[in-house]
Design a protein around this ligand. Structure first.
Ligand SMILES: NC(=O)c1ccc[n+]([C@@H]2O[C@H](COP(=O)([O-])OP(=O)(O)OC[C@H]3O[C@@H](n4cnc5c(N)ncnc54)[C@H](OP(=O)(O)O)[C@@H]3O)[C@@H](O)[C@H]2O)c1
Length: 397
């Protein structure tokens, strides 16, 4: 399906324009922390925006310049527990923002070696999980969700009144009957969940951009949990922050990644590719009409200017087909999405993730499943097609 050249050119020359915003009165939280000199900046940071008819508060980076963040956390030690994609991205961004950051991981493991290779020094800012949890005033629990359950009895003795316990997922707290994670009173329990991988969080930060993150408060012992969460959300490199609850964060996250973000999209790709192949189309044709055009041409346009704009800039033949068929796909997928949401809410999905991901051979069995995808005709074809992109000429993946 051909995409109009004019539309491609328009996209290249058009930058995203923000909708005008209604500026809200400053929050009590913001005013508590704000020195008079920064009041004007504060008013720009917190605002209420209209999201398709529903008003929601959002917090932007402009409210928390680097110097203010450094001043706010000057007496804190931020202990990042875990050095997977999130632990890595968040700790490096916090370090580059000039904060006192230490990393806690199990000695000699994959994460330990990675942290050493990226400049963390044993005994200075790299410790065992227990040592880091002991030293930290703010504990950023960025272990895998299964490890958050398995290591809670190790970490919890260091989660003492006056400290802050931070998560990037509502999982451990929401499914506390499965994880056993129940923080004591006297501790702020907060969440900032970047909406993307830690690798993206890091690379966007280095480019001066930022991922969106959601924030939530589970326990506000200090009376300043919200303000602290916003400050931390900016400090880890978020672009803007929107509010949620621990429960809604984990429900929407588990639902979304099993659905459109990862599970459903692959199911759709596979089904369409297989039908084309069963009807005699070549692998390259099936791949181009299923994946390549989606990721290289159309999805970026949806991201830049919306579905309506993408439709509006396609041929009338393509428009007619899409407008006629989207409802059928909606109807077909609704029962599956309903089943999925039910399994997220009743704890079946979280229990499965905990059971599978805490098995001793979880990395090996994961690798086996990923190898099956990698070695399928669909994704082997993908590798060849990617090599044919002019910008990849002569490069190895
Ligand atoms: N990845 C994302 O896109 C994303 C986005 C937003 C939020 N989150 C949330 O952020 C948190 C961290 O996620 P992630 O993807 O960065 O983590 P991850 O890759 O799943 O794991 C992170 C760390 O857990 C450690 N770990 C695992 N099992 C352990 C054990 N038994 N003992 C000690 N350490 C253990 C790993 O250390 P070793 O290397 O030593 O095994 C690694 O440092 C999770 O709550 C996740 O839901 C993730």
């Amino acid at each position: 399906m051909a995409f109009r050249l004019a539309a491609r050119q328009a996209l290249r020359s058009t930058s995203l324009i923000r909708a005008p915003v209604a500026r809200a009165a400053m929050s009590a939280i913001a005013s508590r922390a704000a020195p008079a000199a920064t009041a004007a900046v504060q008013a720009r940071g917190f605002k209420t925006l209209d999201f398709g008819g529903t008003k929601e508060p959002v917090y932007e980076r402009s409210d928390w310049p680097k110097e203010k963040i450094q001043e706010y956390f000057k007496n804190d030690t931020l202990a990042v527990l875990g050095y997977g994609p999130q632990g890595r991205g968040q700790s490096l961004n916090l370090r580059d923002n000039g904060l006192n950051v230490i990393v806690g991981v199990r000695k000699g493991g994959r994460s330990w070696n990675k942290a050493v290779s990226e400049g963390w020094v044993e005994g200075k800012n790299l410790f065992s999980i227990e040592e880091a949890a002991d030293k930290g005033t703010i504990l950023l629990n960025l272990l895998s969700d299964a490890a958050q359950r398995d290591l809670w009895s190790t970490i919890s003795p260091y989660v003492t009144p006056g400290k802050t316990l931070y998560f990037s997922h509502g999982f451990a707290i929401t499914y506390s009957d499965q994880t056993g994670v129940v923080p004591p009173k006297g501790v702020d329990v907060i969440l900032c969940a970047p909406k993307g991988s830690g690798t993206t969080l890091r690379s966007l930060f280095l480019e001066g951009k930022g991922l969106n993150s959601s924030i939530a408060i589970h326990q506000d012992a200090s009376g300043k949990a919200k303000e602290k969460t916003v400050a931390l959300g900016v400090a880890i490199g978020s672009g803007y922050l929107y509010e949620t609850t621990f429960k809604n964060e984990v429900y929407s996250d588990l639902f979304g990644e099993r659905g459109v973000l990862m599970g459903a999209i692959y199911g759709l790709f596979r089904a369409q590719y297989d039908i084309l192949r069963q009807n005699g189309h070549t692998p390259s044709e099936a791949f181009n009409e299923t994946v390549e055009e989606a990721t290289q041409s159309l999805f970026p346009l949806i991201g830049a200017k919306g579905m309506d704009w993408m439709y509006a800039n396609c041929s009338v033949t393509a428009q007619r087909g899409a407008l006629d068929w989207h409802q059928k796909f909606y109807d077909a997928s609704m029962p599956v999405f309903k089943e999925l949401y039910g399994r997220v809410v009743d704890g079946s999905e979280s229990q499965r993730a905990l059971d599978k991901n805490s098995q001793a051979d979880y990395r090996e069995s994961l690798e086996k499943e990923l190898a099956e995808i990698r070695d399928s005709e669909l994704w082997k074809t993908g590798r060849t097609v990617r090599q044919l992109r002019p910008e990849n000429a002569g490069k190895q993946e």
